[in-house]
Structure formats: structure tokens, C-alpha cells
Design a protein around this ligand. Structure first.
Ligand code: NI
Length: 173
């Protein structure tokens, strides 16, 4: 296994729409293993393939039960409610903002054995999946903030780079 380089805000690979994965190959499984290792190394709880420069519809996440899970070609088939909470992102280190997300979602995907899966998620897991699925469409959490809040963050990054102090108040995705 190997640690992968995480692309930071400003890298064009974060703004592309990722492609459908056609087949779960040994290479893809190796990539999933590397993404999981990278996610935990960076103290993250979710990581999408475009964040490591791979343009595929693939994400990994912590399952909240001590394990990691991969979702391949995920789609949201149902959603409801709305909840606002603070988010961070491994591609925007040290930056946080309040983002509104659906409270619960129904998800269809393929797992790393190539089997179809279908489940409902709520709470933090639902937030992680929505954040990571945004990455597959080239969307970052700051795109959901008000234009004023987004401009403030962009200017701060342009002027000072990413904050050196890494806050532990929010999770990074
Ligand atoms: Ni992220």
C-alpha cells in the first residue's frame, strides 16, 4: 500500500466530472486500499478519487464502526430533511464552513467486490457521502456557502495560503 498525494484547492483535477467505473479490477482494489490508508493518515473520514487525481466515480469512507468502506459509482436514489453542520475537506486544509445537507439519503452503489449495494444513511455518514459525491462532480463544500463567505475564504487562501494551524473541531473529508 502507498500514501497518495492529496490534490489541494486550485488543482484542476478537483473540478472535473469523474467517469463511471466499468469494472472492479485488482488495480482498482489496490487504489481503494491506498485511498483508505491515505484517508486515515490524513485523519480524514472520507476521500474521493478525484482528490488523489484519479478521475473515477469512487469514494472511500470510515463506516463509523472501526472499518472503511468503498462506494463505486454511487447514486442517491432518495433524500429527505435538511441539516446544517460544519464541514472541512482534505483538499482545503484548515478551512471550515457550515453546509446544508439532506438529513438522510438512499444510496445505490457497487462495493469493492463488484456487488451492487443499496442502503440508507443518516447523520454524519449521510453528510460524508454527500460531500464525497460532490467531489465526483467537481463540486467543493465552499461552493455551497454564501458568495460572501466563499469570497472571504478564497481571498484568505490567495493571500496567506492554507492555515498552518490544523483545527480539530471539524472532520475533514
Ligand atoms: Ni472534501
Amino acid at each position: 500500500m502507498a500514501l497518495l498525494d492529496i490534490k489541494l484547492y486550485g488543482d484542476p483535477s478537483l473540478r472535473r466530472k469523474a467517469s463511471h467505473v466499468r469494472e472492479v479490477t485488482p488495480e482498482l482494489r489496490r487504489l481503494i486500499g491506498d485511498m483508505v490508508e491515505t484517508m486515515y493518515h490524513q485523519i480524514g473520514i472520507g476521500l474521493a478519487a478525484p482528490q488523489v487525481g484519479i478521475p473515477y466515480r469512487l469514494l472511500v469512507m470510515d463506516d463509523g464502526k472501526g472499518g472503511a468502506r468503498a462506494l463505486i459509482n454511487p447514486i442517491i436514489t432518495g433524500r429527505g430533511g435538511s441539516v446544517v453542520d460544519e464541514e472541512g475537506c482534505l483538499s482545503l486544509p484548515g478551512i471550515f464552513g457550515d453546509v446544508e445537507r439532506s438529513k438522510w439519503i438512499s444510496v445505490q452503489a457497487t462495493d469493492d467486490d463488484g456487488k451492487p449495494i443499496d442502503f440508507e444513511a443518516q447523520g454524519l455518514l449521510a453528510r460524508v457521502i454527500q460531500h464525497e459525491m460532490d467531489h465526483l462532480d467537481g463540486v467543493l463544500f465552499i461552493d455551497h456557502l454564501s458568495p460572501v463567505a466563499r469570497d472571504r475564504i478564497k481571498k484568505k487562501i490567495q493571500k496567506h495560503g492554507f492555515p498552518k494551524e490544523r483545527s480539530s473541531r471539524a472532520f475533514a473529508l
